[in-house]
Design a protein around this ligand. Structure first.
Ligand code: NDP
Length: 294
């Protein structure tokens, strides 16, 4: 059979949300605790508003408390930091997420590093980055965590596999590489200065594309049977004038060669939010000295 297995992130994410919901119900019934997620959005970025709305909706759907803070685009750094201090101190808030990108006048490193690391459900605080890099218990960034869960589900053990991550952002590429290293893959991180990117990708048993360039990876870069994880979310124009979402890989040609592939939409995207909810339950359990979900 020449057709790749389609890794259904939508169904997988629904299963995770169901498990999160069951855990939330137990925390409520046995301990009277409701996990709470605070999302802070600064400015008018339309894509960010869409993400924040669906995060809030799913937070409520699994039975958690959702606290949304929408601030004007010209909010001062001092006001934003004061809000984060208030959320850090609020016992009803177990997870804090500041939606990126922030407006230019705000220092996002400073803002992220002002979040209590134990409430940093995005896993972007330097102390969580350091803990992940040294193999210690941390908060793991949601998108790479979702990718890893799909890979583990499909492969079982990843030990000894060649993994190529295309992209070196702090949000996706770097933490993805750390997680794969933690699974004992042989990891290559490729980026815009990589020499012979096609040749590098052809060595990969696992390809994770996190580039932000529509359909950049063609099927003839893919080793036959490899697993392709497409993190990209790119909106492109259709010939008829409308728009559609595509990933960073050319789905048709890659699916013809790969052993398994994630679709866009319906692959990594839904897993990201499911992992955010799971991280919030984990943070809540840790804060209360209770056993964590698997
Ligand atoms: P960034 O723009 O921060 O990083 C992109 C990376 O791709 C950079 O490291 C860059 O290299 C590299 N790159 C750019 N052009 C090339 C090229 N021609 N060849 C090789 N490498 C290249 O993006 P993010 O990591 O934040 O996001 C990547 C994609 O994932 C985007 O499409 C984004 O929308 C999507 N995304 C999806 C999420 C989800 O939930 N599914 C969550 C987060 C992001 P260099 O460092 O050298 O510039």
């Amino acid at each position: 059979d020449m057709t790749a297995t389609v890794l259904d992130g939508k169904a997988f994410a629904a299963k995770i949300r169901e498990q999160v919901g069951a855990h939330v119900a137990r925390l409520e019934a046995e301990h009277g605790i409701t996990p709470g997620l605070a999302v802070v959005l600064v400015g008018e970025d339309p894509a960010s508003h869409v993400y924040v709305r669906s995060k809030g909706k799913m937070t409520v759907e699994v039975g958690m408390a959702s606290f949304e803070h929408r601030l004007d685009a010209d909010t001062s750094e001092a006001d934003l930091l004061a809000l984060i201090d208030q959320l850090n101190a609020d016992p009803a808030v177990h997870g804090i997420l500041v939606q990126l990108p922030l407006p230019e006048h705000l220092d996002s490193d400073l803002v992220i590093n002002s979040i209590d690391p134990s409430k940093d459900v995005d896993g972007f605080h330097i102390s969580n980055v350091g803990l992940l890099g040294t193999g210690q218990k941390s908060m793991v960034p949601c998108t790479p965590l979702g990718c890893l869960m799909m890979l583990r589900d499909y492969h079982g053990s990843l030990s000894g596999l060649n993994a190529v991550v295309i992209g070196r952002s702090n949000i996706v590429g770097k933490p993805m590489a750390q997680l794969l290293l933690g699974e004992s893959c042989t990891v290559t991180i490729a980026h815009s200065r990589t020499a012979d990117l096609p040749g590098v990708v052809r060595q990969a048993d696992i390809v994770v594309a996190a580039v932000g360039r529509p359909q950049m990876v063609p099927g003839d870069w893919i080793k036959p049977g490899a697993t392709v994880i497409d993190v990209g979310i790119n909106r492109i124009e259709k010939p008829d004038g409308g728009t559609r979402l595509v990933g960073d890989v050319d789905y048709e040609s890659c699916a013809a060669v790969a052993g398994a592939i994630t679709p866009v939409p319906g692959g990594v995207g839904p897993m990201t939010i499911a992992c955010l909810l799971a991280n919030t339950v984990t943070a809540c359990c840790r804060a209360n000295g209770l056993p964590e979900p698997e």
